[in-house]
Ligand binder design. Structure first.
Ligand code: DQA
Length: 165
């Protein structure tokens, strides 16, 4: 019993010390955050969100690398390149969430733990936003908390990786 507690504590200690590398991937139109429909997506720019992610990552010993693209193929290539580079993926695929089998397949192919995030609550919006191709290949999804969705998603992903290792 004591040995098991010690082993568990050691595991927690070891995993706490391991710096994690996280890819934060932003899809189409998210480069326009701050000026794009602020009533829906909020006033923060993508640079500001990335900065918050870096700061949150620093607190929980995770280095966050952010990439944004408006092009599906570039997003697919970036997911492929994450293999061996990053421990997990935090993704807001924007509109590709609702259309892209290619992004879904890329995430399944690299098999890296992935958390899906959305600024808006996609289930309170138009019907076409209710379906996500990403959700079935993600650990989980956080939707509707504005920029906070990203931070909650990062915490959830890092926590998942630490418990797993
Ligand atoms: C979004 C929701 C999508 O439906 C939309 O196409 C986006 C942003 C969000 O973060 O709320 O571009 O992913």
């Amino acid at each position: 019993m004591i040995a098991r507690v010690v082993a568990t504590n050691l595991k927690v200690l070891n995993s706490t010390l391991q710096p994690l590398s996280i890819l934060a991937l932003h899809g189409p139109n998210l480069n326009l955050l701050g000026q794009r429909e602020p009533g829906i997506y909020g006033a923060l720019t993508l640079a500001e969100i990335n900065r918050l992610l870096e700061e949150e990552g620093f607190k929980i010993q995770a280095k966050v690398f952010s990439v944004q693209s408006n092009h599906e193929g570039i997003l697919v290539d970036t997911i492929h390149a994450a293999l061996g580079q990053h421990h997990g993926i935090l993704i807001n695929a924007g509109a590709y969430t609702h259309t892209s089998v290619a992004l879904r397949d890329a995430i399944a192919a690299v098999n890296l733990p992935t958390v899906e995030v959305h600024l808006s609550n996609i289930y309170r919006r138009e019907d076409f936003r209710h379906h996500s191709y990403i959700a079935p290949v993600a650990i989980g999804q956080i939707s509707g908390f504005g920029a906070q969705s990203y931070l909650l998603g990062l915490q959830a992903l890092v926590n998942h990786l630490r418990v797993k290792s």
